[in-house]
Design a protein around this ligand. Structure first.
Ligand code: PLP
Length: 398
């Protein structure tokens, strides 16, 4: 494969992780379905044991440990995020769990953002606490104030920016510079941005997690996770992920790599459509608040502008007070913003959110119900008409 470092991002993303000349000229890398790997000799088998013992992880030994297909995807995402190497897992939550358990032991202290992805919070509460990890949730706006929450046993600071459901921006460099000075590992969930809009390792983060289920694959048809690591973080995360049984299926990895090729193009259109929809929503009398850091005036806008190179199509809104029947009248009959979990595919989606259930560091105040919208790649005027019809049903049900 040619050296891609001289190229710009859109060019890199098309060529990363593939080598047609080593593959009969076929453009896309082949899919390796594999459990067993045959060794030519005892010495070759022993070499793979030395490879694992040294932490090199260069060779292939067994399907669970990674295949040619997973390596191609790992290399591509690593190039885009500027890491040392990456680890593929069976889903995004797997990458989160493997990364946390890689660095935490009984008696350690974890600082974790209060606006994190709900199932990651449940993993902390239901599993990490059970194994004796101390956990403190910090407000997403904390910045350098995080230092006051650190204890002598603080091992990991976990960031998600913007946060799930409420989309607050965290000052990543302010946190990572403090963690670096104290030898504390930082892990960041980068799923909202994808590798296109933010590169956590360039801002001092040690492990960057993407649920490839979302934007990277981009078609709502697979589950996959990836953790991009610094050189120091790679072996602990790799060992923990494969030691805990997390591995990606070959066809899913192939599809994610295929999705990656159009990621920049899709992200630009998601941002353009979402900005138009969010701006329209801001002026609606039914809407109390739009939570989208790409909008001027959003509390996170200045830091977003400073650190991010784009925005995705996912944001939140808070409605003014309405009855349950009005809310249902709106949501039950959406034609384009269909009700469903996940996001990052080409299509628009919508779900009601309940941020107050997932807050402990700060109270969540809102006059009415909250929604998360994923703005897809449809014609944006059709999307606005769908929302407008929804608001008409909401008013009619009063
Ligand atoms: C969906 C999601 C995940 C988990 O990814 P899965 O592949 O669904 O396990 C992690 N973080 C964020 C922010 C997500 O939205």
């Amino acid at each position: 494969m040619t050296d891609l470092s001289a190229y710009r991002r859109d060019t890199q993303i098309l060529h990363a992780g593939r080598d047609p000349d080593a593959n009969h000229g076929v453009v896309n890398p082949p899919v390796y379905h594999c459990s067993t790997v045959i060794f030519q000799s005892l010495d070759e088998l022993l070499e793979t044991r030395r490879d694992r013992a040294s932490g090199a992880y260069v060779g292939f030994t067994y399907g669970r440990e990674g295949t040619v297909t997973t390596r191609a995807f790992e290399d591509a995402v690593t190039l885009l995020e500027g890491g040392y190497r990456a680890v593929v897992t069976s889903c995004g939550l797997g990458a989160i769990c493997a990364s946390l358990t890689a660095f935490l032991s009984a008696g350690d202290h974890l600082l974790i953002v209060d606006s994190l992805y709900g199932p990651a919070r449940a993993f902390c509460e239901d599993f990490l606490r059970k194994f004796g990890v101390e956990i403190t949730y910090y407000p997403p706006s904390i910045g350098a104030g995080i230092e006051a929450l650190m204890r002598p046993n603080t091992k990991v600071v976990y960031i998600e920016s913007p946060g799930s459901l409420t989309f607050e921006i965290t000052d990543v460099p302010a946190i990572t510079s403090i963690c670096r000075a104290r030898g504390i590992t930082t892990i960041m969930d980068n799923t909202w941005s994808s590798p296109v809009c933010f590169q956590p390792l360039k801002h001092g983060v040690d492990v960057s997690i993407n649920a490839a289920t979302k934007y990277i694959s981009g078609h709502s048809d697979l589950m996959l996770g990836i953790a991009v690591c610094t050189e120091e973080a790679f072996v602990p995360v790799k060992k923990t992920a494969s030691g805990s049984g997390y591995c990606g299926g070959p066809d899913d990895v192939y599809m994610a790599l295929r999705g990656l090729r159009t990621l920049p193009l899709r992200m630009r259109q998601h941002q353009a459509n979402a900005t138009r929809v969010a701006t329209w929503l801001q002026d609606r009398p039914e809407v109390a608040r739009v939570m989208y850091p790409a909008l001027p005036g959003d509390p996170g806008h200045e830091i977003w502008k400073r650190d991010f190179t784009g925005a995705s199509g996912l944001f939140g809104i808070v409605l003014n007070a309405c009855t349950d029947a009005q809310f249902a009248a709106m949501l039950d009959h959406m034609k384009l913003f269909r009700l469903g979990y996940s996001w990052g595919g080409y299509e628009s989606l919508c779900v009601p959110t309940y941020p107050s259930d997932l807050r402990s560091a700060e109270a969540w105040e809102a006059p009415g119900p909250s929604l998360r919208l994923h703005v897809g790649l449809e014609d944006v005027e059709d999307l606005i008409a769908d929302l407008e019809a929804g608001f008409a049903r909401l008013a009619a049900a009063a």
